[in-house]
Design a protein around this ligand. Structure first.
Ligand SMILES: [Zn+2]
Length: 126
């Protein structure tokens, strides 16, 4: 009799634990689904933003960028930051930096090492 009551108590305890774990699984699944919805929405928003920006880029430059992007694992242009190409992380040679410094601001300059388009900013170190 006692053994039977003990077994019933143990079964009730385990049933409660299973319910608790199932609750945690349900919560995690709901959070995952919400996150996936967020990603989809963000992806659509970024795609639209990209479309608008791409429309403002000259066709030949966009074509070059797309070609480089395909060749360079998804990154066709990189920031020139403190004399370093942020695409390949190589510091540019002094002669290369001098050439870039002389180039007009609307000239497309590229990294000697990885050939990506370099984006010049005030932090380029020129
Ligand atoms: Zn580079």
């Amino acid at each position: 009799m006692e053994r039977r009551e003990s077994a019933q108590e143990r079964a009730a305890e385990l049933t409660e634990r299973v319910g608790s774990v199932q609750g945690k699984i349900d919560d995690a699944l709901a959070r995952r689904d919400a996150a996936l919805e967020g990603f989809d929405s963000e992806a659509a928003s970024v795609a639209k933003e990209r479309e608008v920006i791409a429309a403002s880029v000259p066709a030949d430059l966009l074509k070059l960028y797309e070609k480089l992007r395909e060749q360079q694992g998804g990154v066709g242009a990189a920031k020139l930051y403190q004399r370093t190409c942020q695409g390949c992380r190589q510091e540019l040679a002094i002669t290369e930096l001098a050439e870039i410094r002389k180039a007009p601001s609307d000239t497309v300059v590229r990294c000697e090492n990885c050939r990506r388009i370099l984006v010049r900013t005030s932090e380029s170190g020129l």
